[in-house]
Design a protein. Structure first.
Length: 71
């Protein structure tokens, strides 16, 4: 199983830039960029809560659990 972060897609849908999300949540811009590029290794729960609050969404709108294909 793999967790995918689809924050970048959600920001496009909401018409908000990474910079604006950073400003409104207090999360550093590089951290927002890593989330948008699905490169985040650790995601503090308070950051996730702040993103959900600003975007008025649920955690399940940002994180998706996917099965990895067997090679």
């Amino acid at each position: 199983m793999r967790i995918n972060i689809i924050l970048g897609e959600l920001l496009i849908e909401k018409g908000m830039s990474q910079h604006e999300l950073s400003r409104r949540t207090g999360i550093r811009q590089p951290s927002i960029n890593e989330m948008c590029r699905n490169q985040t290794q650790r995601l503090p729960l308070n950051n996730l809560a702040a993103v959900c609050e600003v975007l008025e969404c649920e955690i399940s709108d940002i994180l998706i659990l996917e099965k990895e294909s067997i090679k």
